[in-house]
Each structure stands twice: as C-alpha cells, then as structure tokens.
Design a binder for this molecule. Structure first.
Ligand code: FES
Length: 118
C-alpha cells in the first residue's frame, strides 16, 4: 500500500515553501530535511520552546497536544492560541504553519547574553 503523504507549507518571513510529509512526521524533522531554519535548542525532546510554530491552516490534522508540550509551549516567545511545538505536533493531513521571527535583539540576548555578563 502506498504511504500517504501530506502537504506541509511553512510561512517564513511572508514567503511560503511546501513539502510532502509522511503520516505522523513532525514539523521539526520535516524542516530539517529541507534546510528550513526552525530552531531546536533541546534537539527535539520537548525541553525548550524554540521550535515554536503557529498553525495557520489544518489544526484538525495534528496530533492532540500532550501536557508536556503545553507546559513547554508556555515559555514560547509570541505565544498564540494556534501555537504548537514543531518537534511534538505530528502531521496527519495538509497543514500550513508560520515560523515566528525572533527579533534580532532577542536572538542576541538569547545566544550572547551570558557572555556579556563576564
Ligand atoms: S526543539 Fe526543544 S521543544 Fe522542540
């Protein structure tokens, strides 16, 4: 039997890119396969919130949110009611997600802030 594929569209800085996802794949794995810059500071184990995506279409085709994901998502920058963690939400249909931009100053503080203290 043929494996079912779903269309996943990423919105990045207003531009879109669409890829095929296999049933049950997550947004982070798919993004990494195609060179999409989706942050993943914890390596995809639900221990940060840098893989935050905002679902624009097809929310009903995603796996239910587990408690761990909900807890971690609370830390995400720019949280919305349509937010999910890219490494946790599994894809079961055609979906469109937006990758929120990290403000350059926040990115600087996040990565360089500790060094500034020295
Ligand atoms: S990569 Fe850290 S929670 Fe998804």
């Amino acid at each position: 039997m043929a494996e079912s594929l779903h269309k996943v569209t990423y919105i990045i800085e207003g531009a879109t890119q669409t890829f095929d996802a296999v049933d049950g794949e997550n947004f982070l794995d798919l993004a990494m396969q195609h060179g999409i810059d989706l942050q993943h500071n914890c390596g995809g184990v639900c221990a940060c919130s840098t893989c935050h995506v905002i679902v624009r279409q097809g929310e009903e085709f995603l796996s239910e949110m587990e408690d761990d994901e909900a807890d971690q998502l609370d830390e995400a920058e720019g949280l919305t009611i349509s937010s999910r963690l890219g490494c946790q939400a599994k894809i079961y249909g055609d979906v469109t997600v937006e990758i929120p931009l990290i403000n350059e100053e926040i990115r600087y503080l996040f990565h360089e802030g500790a060094r500034k203290e020295e």
